[in-house]
Design a protein around this ligand. Structure first.
Ligand code: NAP
Ligand code: MG
Length: 500
């Protein structure tokens, strides 16, 4: 295996991990695909094959669902107390911390992100999510409910129980491979569900390392199954499987619709975390020292491959030139390079397909009359590098303003009137996130109320916490991940009513 010139030595364990074809994890065992097929995952910094991975499809999904069903209906998981469940989930968080460097390296190699970012964001946040969710295992409670059907002659005792929804299929994207696995698995395991997880074809490796730790942490066989493969085969089989009780999906709005259709067969429960085109509102009274780097990192963090990226930057007219210049200067300072180079602040996009997609948006914007103050092109040579780009002179109906680019491209637009600004910010089919930068706290909270988005940041951006619910209004999704809200996605409520 070869990688781009890198100044960070590859961890022995990582070298070993990518040197052999990786199997899938079904019913506590490492197995080949039923078809015997494998598929390559690539290093986006070089375009070279990084590792071969078992290619799961319908038959493998079926085996995994059967294992998850058995583990749910009978067996040790079923009999474990909430406290015991909490302990193994906590242990998994500890094990992720112990293997932080291996995870960070795999994530950087497979996805392209800087190793330095994976070390401080992806991996610790994933560990923290399991630690947070471990605490919930013992706190999933129902209510006792005084009901009016009780009379002098008959008394009723009525209460609710929150029970696990059952076998859950989880399909995740490639932008934060380990972290998305954690967001999905944490609440499912805390509530006592069993899982079949399908990672993205571009980034299957960290989920497979996670499966090794899941076995080590003490989860019984079949509780978590990891089946890598393609969306149209493995993913579609999972979404349509008649014995899956719930499907949780993170990815594009387009595939989200397919998931919904596939789920209709057995009316399985569905939760969706989809795309975004998040407005970032900058007022003239904002603290520019924080706002300018904040607005730049809102779009450039993770190369703009964030569902909540601040991709529509609305700037009050009087400071428009100043902020655009400042964000462009930040963009110029970003050093593109392979994730393993310690000087790199932005790696390649995840794939050639994604790079071409982002470039076609750049071309469309420039063709329709927008201007790139900085960037605007792919970087020539190997790897899928695209320059951080600030576009101005856009119009509200341009594709670059309306559609999710999922790359390091921000459209900067001036505003004068607050009411018009809010209307424009809300004029999107998406509603995932938004931000407001101002020193006027009242104005900030009044605007936060009016923005139709699942998250509103004030004087900050991309702040995530295991305790803070995350998800979308409108076509950005159904349901919330993280926080206690996520537990609702994985539980059914049972009302028990007894005549006493
Ligand atoms: P995608 O194409 O929708 O893929 C996401 C996942 O769905 C992958 O595992 C994919 O498998 C699978 N898939 C594809 N077609 C499928 C089908 N017909 N049936 C079942 N599964 C299928 O999304 P992407 O382009 O990889 O990821 C970027 C998108 O994700 C962006 O739109 C972004 O906004 C969104 N996203 C949202 C959030 C959030 O929390 N709201 C977080 C991160 C990303 P393959 O890998 O084989 O294609
Ligand atoms: Mg890859």
């Amino acid at each position: 295996m070869s990688t781009a010139v890198s100044t960070t030595p590859m961890h022995n364990r990582v070298q070993e991990f990518v040197s052999r074809p990786r199997k899938m994890f079904v019913d506590g065992k490492w197995v080949e695909a039923a078809s015997g097929k494998t598929f390559p995952t690539y290093n986006p910094a070089t375009g070279e094959v990084l590792a071969q991975v078992a290619e799961g499809d319908r038959e493998d999904i079926d085996r995994a669902v059967k294992a998850a069903r058995r583990a749910f209906d009978s067996g040790p998981w079923h009999e474990m107390t909430p406290s015991q469940r909490g302990r193994v989930i906590w242990k998994l968080g500890d094990l992720i911390e112990e293997h932080l460097e291996e995870f960070a390296q795999l994530e950087s190699l497979d996805n392209g992100k800087p190793l330095s970012v994976a070390r401080i964001a992806d991996v610790p946040l994933a560990a923290d999510l399991f630690h947070y969710m471990a605490g919930w295992a013992t706190k999933i409670e129902g209510n006792t409910i005084p009901i009016s059907a009780s009379s002098r002659h008959v008394k009723y005792l009525a209460y609710t129980r929150r029970e696990p929804v059952g076998v859950v299929g989880q399909i995740i994207p490639w932008n934060f491979p380990l972290l998305m696995a954690a967001w999905k698995l944490g609440p499912a395991l805390a509530t006592g569900c069993t899982v079949v997880l399908k990672p993205a074809e571009q980034t299957p490796l960290s989920a497979l390392l996670l499966a090794e730790l899941i076995a080590e942490a003490g989860f019984p066989d079949g509780v978590v199954n990891v089946v890598p493969g393609y969306g149209e085969t493995a993913g579609a089989a999972l979404a349509s499987h008649p014995d899956v009780d719930k499907i949780a999906f993170t990815g594009s709005t387009e595939v989200g619709r397919l998931i919904l259709q596939a789920a209709a067969g057995n009316l399985k429960k569905v939760s969706l975390e989809l795309g975004g085109k998040s407005p970032n509102l900058v007022f003239a009274d904002a603290d520019m020292k924080a706002t300018i780097p904040g607005a730049a990192s809102a779009i450039f963090f993770n190369h703009g491959q964030c569902c909540c990226a601040g991709s529509r930057l609305y700037i009050e007219q009087s400071i428009f030139d100043h902020v655009v210049h400042g964000v462009a200067e930040q963009a110029k300072k970003i050093k593109l390079g392979p994730g393993f180079d310690p000087d790199t602040s932005m790696g390649p996009l995840v794939s050639e397909e994604q790079m071409n997609r982002v470039c076609s948006y750049l071309e469309s914007g420039l063709h329709e009359g927008a201007e790139a103050v900085v960037g605007g092109h792919k970087r020539p040579g190997a790897g899928y590098f695209v320059e951080p780009t600030v576009m101005v002179k856009t119009k509200p109906d341009m594709k670059v303003v309306r559609e999710e680019i999922f790359g390091p491209v921000v459209c900067a637009m001036p505003f004068r009137d607050v009411d018009k600004l809010i209307a424009e910010a809300n004029q999107s089919e998406y509603g995932l996130a938004a931000a407001v930068w101002t020193r006027d706290i009242s104005k900030a909270h009044r605007i936060a109320e009016k923005l139709r988005a699942g998250t509103v940041w004030i004087n900050c951006y991309n702040v995530f916490d295991a305790a803070l619910p995350f998800g979308g209004y409108k076509q950005s999704g159904w349901g919330r991940e993280m926080g206690h809200e996520s537990l609702e996605l994985y539980t059914e409520v049972k009302a028990v009513c007894a005549a006493i």
